[in-house]
Write a protein that binds this ligand. Sequence first.
Ligand SMILES: O=C(O)CCC(=O)C(=O)O
Length: 292
Amino acid sequence: MDRKASLVTTCTQLVLLWFVGLKAAEPPRDGGGWIVLTRIFNLHNAAQLQRLNRRSLNSEFRLQDEGLCNIDVLDGSSVSHQHFIERYAFRRPVILRHVTDNTRFRSLCSRSSLLEEYGERRVRLSTANTHSYRKVDVPLREYLDAWLRPQAADALGSETLYFFGDNNVTEWQRLFDQYEFPPYVLPNTSRAYSFGIAGPGSGVPFHWHGPGFSEVVYGRKRWFLYPPDQEPHFHPNRTTLSWVTETYPHLPEGEAPLECTISPGEVLYFPDRWWHATLNLDTSVFISTFLG
Ligand SMILES: O=C(O)CCC(=O)C(=O)O
């Protein structure tokens, strides 16, 4: 009888573990037609990364979130405007949860909605190197069908075209009007939006500019940040993916970045002139609010 009971307990535990494993692999909420499968690859596993070179990979691909988060993550309800200004606005990054409700905006950013509204409109792609120079204009439909795919691990920044920003404001205004922006302002600044869609493993290598917020609408985006006086070691024409796999593991302890992964429902704030690089873990739809 005891053996039977213990067998039942073990089986129950196995079923629970399997279920927890499945839950952990699920994309957050509804994938909007962007995240269709959950094949997870570990960022630091060389054998798995080799597969990134295969042209056959598609948007089903996902990178595992390594999980480290050393940036303050706060619920928006506990951060008054004064608290934000005093503690973060000019000092350090912060991730704020539940400060915006972009349910409606998110539904307008599903793959099918965007294709219906903007499929034939041209979007401007920029090379994903630190000093982006090359620009290519393609219809959104062509970008989604032909260009949106996982980043090859060995691609150079200059060979990688990224859809982020350069949005034709007249054409995209109707969508941007539906975006609920983060409710914190800096004195004497106004807002400008940059909207993007990019494949897993893609991202923008280290650079800096004025302050702003970044929100992921679908997918997950990992952020790496350094203060203005701590310029990171990076090659301006290597991708964030290659920095993460080749440089990051050998960083001396004192040179570790601030880092975290943001998911839908979270907004990351980066202060003025902070170095930052991004890595999309999934096919991601995202929007930045620049304060200038
Ligand atoms: O979201 C991204 O991948 C790029 C964001 C970025 O670098 C920025 O907002 O300046």
